[in-house]
Design a protein around this ligand. Sequence first.
Ligand code: ADP
Ligand code: X15
Length: 487
Amino acid sequence: MASAAAPTTFSLLHSTTPASSSSATSASPSRVQLSSSLRSRPLARRLGFAAADPLLAANVAARVAAVRGGKGARGVVSMAKKSVGELSAADLKGKKVFVRADLNVPLDDNQNITDDTRIRAAIPTIKHLIQNGAKVILSSHLGRPKGVTPKYSLAPLVPRLSELIGIQVVKAEDSIGPEVEKLVASLPDGGVLLLENVRFYKEEEKNDPEHAKKLASLADLFVNDAFGTAHRAHASTEGVTKYLKPSVAGFLLQKELDYLVGAVSSPKRPFAAIVGGSKVSSKIGVIESLLEKVDILLLGGGMIFTFYKAQGLSVGSSLVEEDKLDLATSLLAKAKEKGVSLLLPSDVVIADKFAPDANSKVVPASAIPDGWMGLDIGPDSVKSFSEALDTTQTIIWNGPMGVFEFDKFAVGTEAIAKKLADLSGKGVTTIIGGGDSVAAVEKVGVASVMSHISTGGGASLELLEGKELPGVLALDEAVPVAVRSKL
Ligand SMILES: Nc1ncnc2c1ncn2[C@@H]1O[C@H](COP(=O)(O)OP(=O)(O)O)[C@@H](O)[C@H]1O
Ligand SMILES: O=C(OP(=O)(O)O)[C@H](O)COP(=O)(O)O
């Protein structure tokens, strides 16, 4: 780390990330005074974790001050995270590497993977490690199990993982304990052991230090490549970094930050966000910050019924977060105050049960009968959303517009996916984030035309809010390299 006495400008260690699709822009020099060498580099490569203004500026200023550690230093310093690409065979051969990935893929009722985007995205880091002779201990969560739940086992992922990596992946029945230790001990150099769902232990989400220690005890070093879970401070994402050195960023994590920090810190305007899906309680709070960033906010999916109910409408048996009604009311008021055009669907597709063969009909949002639930946005809403999107230059989308897994309720999501594909072709920046949103876009066959497919929905929204992602923050910083000042 830079010493207070060093009269130099520091620059970033060269990153060997292989797959950066960065179109990140430089930070506005008016926000933070950076050296010219740093200014020319993509923002996320310099920061490794933070996002846009104003939090970004405050964060960078604070960290620069902390690193300077005293008066008289004329330089600035890079806060990039150490990359797995900086680790070579000399660092990795024979080493046990705990890799946290986000393999939280959608599965159908027969445990078939319906979209493997997150598995494919994890492969470059795993391949780099095995090609350099490491023993890979791969971990992930799947869903939100309460205790050991067979339907959330990672076992269905083994064939696809093995196929993509090119070797047979060994599967453990647990994520800690003597049986896992035996499997780790018998793992050859270049082998991969997949641990069972880390969320089978409640201590995982509590970030219990003792539990983190047990996970960490399996390995010598840590690679976090779970961008989709980087907004969670859990034992396998944040806790283990306290016990494993080095703790470095995987290629996917870096690639996501490279793209997203740049794209959302200085977006081409008008800038729209589309928020839907079913994780209402974890995403409704994000809306408040989005109102500071975006010009247009479109709400769909399970998110909308809390807003309708807050306005006094009947929502039947639709998904509602009762304890967020006041928040919804205040968000509507805030949008007005900020001049953000917040659009709620004017019509919805309702169903008499949550099933693919439910009876369904389109009704105005103000006319949902008792006993019926809203499972998609209606045609008028698709039309007004499309018109609003026509005016934009940047769009970030997280959360499907309806229960797209059932064909009857996939129309709204598919129409919005096609609209974004169409706008991508016209030069609009389109960013799709989240396991299910990406699955929906893949289902329509338009993923390849979007500007960026992100493996994190909540994570990309929190990044957009300007929040630090704990899973990234906890990683080691890249060692700054001194560059002689010409002054
Ligand atoms: N109106 C709705 N009611 C209940 N669930 C919904 C509704 N609309 C969308 N969903 C569900 O939301 C889920 C995706 O939500 P979420 O996890 O927040 O998205 P992502 O994974 O893209 O971040 C899908 O499984 C979809 O069926
Ligand atoms: O699917 C995920 O998030 P996302 O739906 O916001 O993309 C991640 O795997 C994180 O899962 P979590 O929201 O249960 O912590």
